[in-house]
Design a protein around this ligand. Structure first.
Ligand SMILES: [Fe+2]
Length: 131
């Protein structure tokens, strides 16, 4: 959103966007709608002015509609989008149902490795032992 001060952001000069560039731009638009909805909701939460709160929350809802429009357009333009979204939804559905999400076997080593990444505290302890 702060990038709105740059009128050329996202615009490729002297030519139209390729389909891949358009898809990336639409993903940025989708993120901007999410950010806008978050911002308006946060501002509504931060005021006791009832009129401002009502207007801000109504606009936040409109941004969610815009998110749906961008997401649908991305799904139409990206052949694999719906499959990725369905995979993510299924993983959460499995977790919500207390099942192991399918297709996560390959992800487990990375997740485990992430948990064993050394911290500053580990390094200090190690340095203390070595001295
Ligand atoms: Fe919007």
């Amino acid at each position: 959103m702060p990038e709105a001060t740059n009128p050329f952001i996202g615009i490729v000069p002297e030519r139209k966007m390729t389909d891949a560039e358009l898809l990336r731009a639409l993903r940025l638009n989708l993120a901007a709608e999410e950010e806008a909805a978050h911002l308006y909701t946060a501002h509504a939460d931060a005021t006791d002015n009832e009129l401002a709160k009502k207007v801000l929350l109504e606009i936040a809802d409109e941004e969610r509609v815009h998110k749906g429009e961008f997401q649908r357009l991305i799904s139409i333009l990206s052949k694999e989008e719906d499959a990725f979204l369905a995979e993510g939804a299924e993983e959460v559905n499995a977790m919500a149902a207390g099942r192991e999400p399918s297709g996560t076997e390959e992800a487990k080593p990375a997740a485990t490795a992430q948990r064993t990444i050394r911290t500053i505290g580990d390094l200090r302890e190690s340095a203390r032992r070595d001295s």
